[in-house]
Design a protein. Structure first.
Length: 309
């Protein structure tokens, strides 16, 4: 079938990775939306639409109207706020024949709220940094301070490291800070095949600016345990720190994540797999094809609008 795909938040790096993958793989028609008048991904789409914020009244109606007007077959909501707003009304899109690249309500409920994430993973037998009650001043097992973050975060916004437990707002949680190396892990499953790719990462301004392929089997086992606990269909990103033999999962992102294009370059084609899964096509098993691979985030200038005088 010919796919006509709507991708949201095309100013961001994740959407731009998705757009490049779609174009490189022959998708003929793409609609892109963004809240900005001039969005970085404008040159990668056939139609650009400046939309309102996802939390604003009328946002869903705008998206439904675009799907109707351009006969969209698949929709890829990219950021957490859009996912959170669209998920409860996904039936409105599916009634139009639009297939949603969107996690199940159960997965979203357990992962978009970070307090729920910790409880869910603990029940599943996954190691996690403990939640600390600021009123009791529980001492961290690791002696490295604490992380304060919003219960419903958007990327790395609002996250801070502190040396001692203090008061936090009603919308925040406090967790032990786990020292050690940090990993970002991609997990895709169609319910039969589960594929995992693992990267050790270095951060700058809250983003992965350098990632290196990892072959750590214990991290793979942790990721597969998460997939089984979720009864996963589609893709999630698992973030963890490895310390003293333990893999401590501190974040589950229920969306396509920032290393998307690098993953694709290594043969981990989760964007295409998700589309294929929705279309009833078989997903292949993935195996690392490289002994070593390093990805570096780059910054480029673009000139989107040029008008001859």
């Amino acid at each position: 079938m010919k796919r006509r795909i709507l991708v949201t938040a095309i100013s961001g790096d994740i959407a731009n990775g998705i757009l490049h993958i779609l174009r490189e793989n022959g998708v003929e028609f793409i609609v892109g939306t963004d809240i900005n008048e001039y969005a970085v991904g404008m040159d990668q789409v056939d139609v650009f639409y400046q939309c309102r914020l996802a939390i604003d009244e009328g946002y869903v109606g705008e998206m439904v109207a675009l799907c109707k007007k351009y006969h969209i077959t698949h929709m890829i909501p990219v950021n957490e706020r859009e996912i959170e707003v669209i998920s409860p009304v996904r039936g409105e899109f599916e009634a139009l024949g639009v297939k949603m690249v969107l996690q199940s309500p159960d997965v979203l409920s357990a992962s978009l709220d970070k307090l729920k994430t910790v409880g869910f993973l603990e029940v599943a037998g996954v190691d996690v940094p403990a939640i600390v009650d600021p009123r009791r001043g529980k001492v961290s097992r690791f002696g490295q301070g604490y992380i304060v973050k919003p219960r419903k975060s958007n990327g790395s916004r609002g996250i801070r490291r502190v040396d001692s437990v203090g008061e936090c707002t009603d919308g925040e949680i406090v967790q032990e800070y786990v020292p050690g190396d940090e990993y970002t892990v991609g997990v895709f499953s169609d319910g039969t095949v589960t594929n995992v790719i693992k990267f050790k990462r270095q951060l700058k301004n809250g983003l992965s600016y350098l990632v290196e392929l990892s072959h750590d089997e214990s991290i793979e086992a942790t990721a597969r345990k998460v997939a089984r606990a979720f009864d996963l269909r589609g893709y999630v990103n698992v973030q963890l720190r490895k310390f003293d033999g333990g893999n401590y999962v501190f974040e589950i992102n229920p969306r396509i994540s920032g290393t998307v294009r690098f993953r694709h370059m290594l043969g981990f084609n989760d964007v295409l797999w998700w589309l294929d899964y929705l279309d009833g096509n078989k997903v292949p098993e993935y195996a690392d094809a490289y002994d070593r691979a390093v990805g570096i985030r780059e910054l480029n200038d673009k000139y989107l609008i040029k008008v001859a005088r």
